[in-house]
Structure formats: structure tokens, C-alpha cells
Design a protein around this ligand. Structure first.
Ligand code: AMP
Ligand code: MG
Length: 496
């Protein structure tokens, strides 16, 4: 039994800080005026065994708004580098994030707790160290949404708002998100120490790799070839491949897949101009600042591989032989297509894989693209359609297509693939795979506009829907409906 006392004061530890001064700078947060709560996740609080009493205390609010240093924490900013939009950007680092330390969660896993937006650090460059309320709400909601979809991600405990003004394209107000992940180490951390250290021994690069292996990939020590760093590269490649397949399957566009935003644990990290697709457009670019479309939706799997190549180059001094690095990377080319096919089969409710399935999937995606069909609504309607063993009513699905005859032809093919007796069970599986609720841009925008006037009810409503995105939530169908006209004119940029 857990007693109340266990909850009283979180017990902080500092594994990352122990790596040494080369990896970080201790920085006090910069206070924001008049902090107040905007939102918090009971689910994450429970996971971290944080008591409502601790969360409710004024001291916790001050601490998580960056106005005070919480007892037991040691705020620090870490240094990393990275490739941004395909170009080596040199040193970056936590310009507005502060790691407070780690807490053991319910499952005994150490979770790093980070404040985002708590002021400048030595790595802020020309930035103000702040995050605006708008982007904080998007990050908070999306990280919970992804987790509930079963997609690896950093989480968020809460948002503290403030009256403090922040200049972006217009004047906005500042907020601080408390983020949670087993590690915030990025590919860019490895790139930093690989390129910084002219010395042949690469002591810091090795220390970082050992830290990540020991804490997160201990099985790499048992690598049959005796090369734990090649094994690490392979494990990260496989996780990243799996993540990319999950993003593509659910229609998630990250928007800024720079190597400094790539998690060494294969988590979705650094929510910026992300978007869940409305109409299915493989070439969709969600980041208004991405003028070349480098991070367009359909390019994400290749960019994931490109980023892993950067990681491989950074790890090469430890891996030693180029062939071992190349072989580790190769795993991506096998894992991604297999994971992608598996994900699409699940979306189609197919319990096994048969010849012809790839063609069935490919022809569907082409049809969805050609007809600009709403991606989430299509899958949800298809999941219900399957339940009808007579398969007589195509309307709900084919009404989504301009070319209804083509949709009917595809439905006939698909109906031929699932035996009538299997359909009810397939439908049940599909309704647990294809979400009814995703964080569409316009939903976030509505919650943000209200929040700007001090009303956070829409943030709370969205949180509750997105925490169980496969449930029907009677009465909330509007949140699962087509986007309004104005949604397509929303411009979400890197500005956050
Ligand atoms: P992002 O595009 O948010 O992943 O950020 C890229 C880099 O810029 C990271 O090093 C961030 O810490 C830094 N950065 C972004 N916004 C700010 C800001 N407002 N103040 C300081 N640093 C920032
Ligand atoms: Mg970033």
C-alpha cells in the first residue's frame, strides 16, 4: 500500500546532472509575474505519484512556473547541437527548457521533469527563453493525445500561465509547460559531443552513450558482436522506424524534424507546428515556415532515416567500423515498411497478412489522396461500416469521396478480403485503432482563443476527449466533425 506520506514531498534525483559540467549549465529560472494554473493532467500526476495536496500548494505553482526553485530540484540547461532543415546549425541547447531532476513513477521508471519557458539560459542565443500560452496549450494537449493513441511521446504535467508579455508576431502572454519523459536526450546531444571534441578519445561522447545505454538500452551491453554503440544505433533506428510508422498511420505531421528534436528514445518530442491531417494530402506541409516542404507529411519516414544517418556519423568514433554503423542503420529499412504495413493492416481490421494486402492499402491511400478525403473521419466511418455484415449501405463511407464509384469499387475489394463472420470482431478492433478524436488545428485554436480570455474550460474538455480518443463520448460529436472552412487558413509556424 502507498501511504499518503509517500506523496508528501517528491524525492528528486539527478542522473543527468551527474554526467558532469560539460553537459549542462545550472541556471535559476526567471520568475514570471502573477502565475496561475491553466491546466494539469491528473493522469500524469498519478503516474508520477504526485499528491493533489502537493499540486494544489502555492509553492508548487511558483516552482512549476519558474518563480521559485522547488526543494530538491537542481534546474539545469543541457547543451546540444543539431542539423536544422538539413543544415548543420552548430551549438543550440536548451534555450528555454530547464531540467529540474527526476522522479520515480508508479512503475519504478525514472522520469525527467523539465520546465519549458522558464527563462533564458546560456543556450538561448537571441531567444527570450519564453514559451507563449498558445504553443504551450498545443504541446500540453498533443502530448496527452499521442500517449492515449499509444504513440511514444514526452508527456506534460501542467501549464502555468502568466500575465507576462512576450513578443512574437504580436504581443502574447508567457506560459510554462512542465514536461515529463524518461530522457530528453536528443540526437543533437550526440552530434554536439562528436563534433566538439577534437580529442581522439571522445570521452564525453562515450560518457553520454554509456549513460543512455545503461539507463535505457541495457540490452545493448549483450550485443553478440560486442559493440554496444552499434547496438544502440540499431535500437534507436528500430524505435524511430516504429515511431514514423505510427505517425504516418494516424496522420500526424511533426513539422520540425531537425536532429535536435529527435529523441534518443524514439519519443515524439518538441511539439511545435505539428498537425493531424484533415483532408488526406500526402504532400501536406504543416509548418508555415517550411517553405521548401522538407518536412512534408510523406517525407517524414525518409527524414527519420536521414536523421539517423546524422546520429550514426556522430556515433562513428565509438562504433569504430563504418560497416557496423551501416548495418545498424539498415535495420530501419526493414523495420519501417514492416511496421507501416502492420499499422495499416490494423487500421483495416485485418488479423493476418495475405498476398494482395499491400495493393489494397496502396490503392486506398491513392484514392484518399485523389479525393482529399478527411483522414480520421474516413477510418472511423470504415470501422463502423465493417460491422454491417450485409455491407449494403456504402453511403457513410463513399459520401466522403467525389468519385463514389471508385470508392464503391474499393469497398467491394475490401469486403472480399474480410469474411462476413469476421466483420463484427474486425469492427471492434478497428474502433480501438482508428481514433474518433484527434487534436485538429481548429480544435486547439478554439481552446487557445478562449484561454487567451482566461477561460480554460475548452482545454479541459479537449483533454478529457483526447485522453480516451477511441471512445464515442456521446454529445461531443462536434469535436469529431469535419473542420470548418477557416481551419485551412490557419498558419502555424515555428514561432512559439
Ligand atoms: P525549436 O525549434 O523549438 O526546437 O528550437 C530550436 C532551438 O532554439 C532550441 O535550442 C531552443 O531551445 C531554441 N529556442 C526556441 N525558442 C526559443 C526562445 N523563445 N528562447 C530561447 N531559445 C529558444
Ligand atoms: Mg527543439
Amino acid at each position: 500500500m502507498t501511504s499518503l506520506q509517500d506523496f508528501a514531498a517528491p524525492a528528486w534525483s539527478h542522473g543527468f546532472a551527474a554526467l558532469g559540467e560539460a553537459f549542462h549549465t545550472e541556471v535559476a529560472p526567471q520568475p514570471l509575474p502573477a502565475p496561475h494554473w491553466v491546466a494539469y493532467s491528473e493522469r500524469v500526476a498519478n503516474q508520477l505519484r504526485l499528491s493533489p495536496a502537493w499540486l494544489d500548494s502555492g509553492q508548487t505553482l511558483l516552482g512549476l512556473a519558474g518563480c521559485a526553485v522547488l526543494p530538491g530540484t537542481r534546474p539545469l540547461a543541457s547543451v546540444y547541437s543539431g542539423h536544422q532543415f538539413g543544415v548543420w546549425a552548430g551549438q543550440l541547447g536548451d534555450g528555454r527548457a530547464l531540467l529540474l531532476g527526476e522522479l520515480l513513477d508508479r512503475h519504478g521508471v525514472a522520469q525527467e521533469i523539465q520546465l519549458k519557458g522558464a527563462g533564458q539560459t546560456p543556450y538561448s542565443r537571441s531567444g527570450d527563453g519564453r514559451a507563449v500560452l498558445r504553443s504551450s496549450i498545443r504541446e500540453f494537449l498533443c502530448s496527452q493525445a499521442m500517449d492515449a493513441l499509444g504513440i511514444p511521446t514526452s508527456r506534460a504535467l501542467c501549464i502555468a500561465g502568466s500575465s507576462g508579455a512576450v513578443r512574437r508576431e504580436t504581443m502574447e502572454t508567457a506560459a510554462v509547460v512542465t514536461r515529463v519523459a524518461p530522457s530528453f536526450v536528443r540526437f543533437g546531444h550526440f552530434e554536439h559531443f562528436s563534433y566538439q571534441e577534437a580529442r581522439a578519445e571522445h570521452a564525453e561522447l562515450r560518457r553520454l552513450a554509456d549513460h543512455v545505454v545503461d539507463r535505457h538500452y541495457p540490452q545493448c551491453r549483450d550485443d553478440p558482436a560486442g559493440n554496444p554503440y552499434a547496438a544502440l544505433l540499431q535500437a534507436v533506428s528500430e524505435r524511430t522506424a516504429g515511431l514514423m510508422a505510427q505517425w504516418q498511420a494516424v496522420g500526424f505531421c511533426h513539422g520540425v524534424m531537425n536532429t535536435d528534436n529527435m529523441s534518443i528514445l524514439g519519443l515524439t518530442l518538441d511539439y511545435g507546428p505539428f498537425q493531424f491531417l484533415d483532408a488526406f494530402d500526402p504532400a501536406h506541409i504543416c509548418n508555415h515556415s517550411d517553405t521548401q516542404g522538407r518536412y512534408a507529411f510523406h517525407k517524414q519516414p525518409n527524414i527519420g532515416y536521414w536523421n539517423l544517418f546524422c546520429l550514426a556519423q556522430a556515433l562513428l568514433p565509438l562504433i569504430g567500423e563504418q560497416e557496423a554503423a551501416v548495418a545498424a542503420l539498415e535495420s530501419y529499412k526493414a523495420v519501417f515498411p514492416a511496421a507501416m504495413q502492420q499499422a495499416m493492416q490494423s487500421k483495416l481490421g485485418l488479423a493476418d497478412s495475405r498476398p494482395g494486402d499491400l495493393e489494397l492499402i496502396e490503392s486506398l491511400l491513392q484514392l484518399l489522396a485523389k479525393n482529399r478525403v478527411d483522414y480520421s473521419i474516413f477510418w472511423r466511418r470504415l470501422s463502423h461500416w465493417v460491422a454491417d455484415t450485409a455491407a449494403t449501405r456504402n453511403e457513410p463511407v463513399h459520401d466522403l469521396f467525389l468519385d463514389r464509384a471508385a470508392a464503391d469499387a474499393w469497398l467491394a475489394l475490401y469486403a472480399g478480403r474480410i469474411a462476413p463472420a469476421e466483420r463484427p470482431a474486425a469492427s471492434i478492433r478497428m474502433l480501438r485503432t482508428n481514433p474518433k478524436f484527434v487534436l485538429r488545428n481548429h480544435l486547439a485554436e478554439q481552446a487557445i482563443q478562449l484561454a487567451k480570455s482566461g477561460d480554460y474550460t475548452e482545454v479541459a474538455t479537449l483533454l478529457s476527449l483526447l485522453e480516451s480518443p477511441f471512445d464515442e463520448h456521446p454529445g461531443f460529436d462536434g469535436y469529431a466533425a469535419f473542420p470548418p472552412e477557416w481551419a485551412s487558413s490557419l498558419e502555424i509556424s515555428c514561432s512559439s
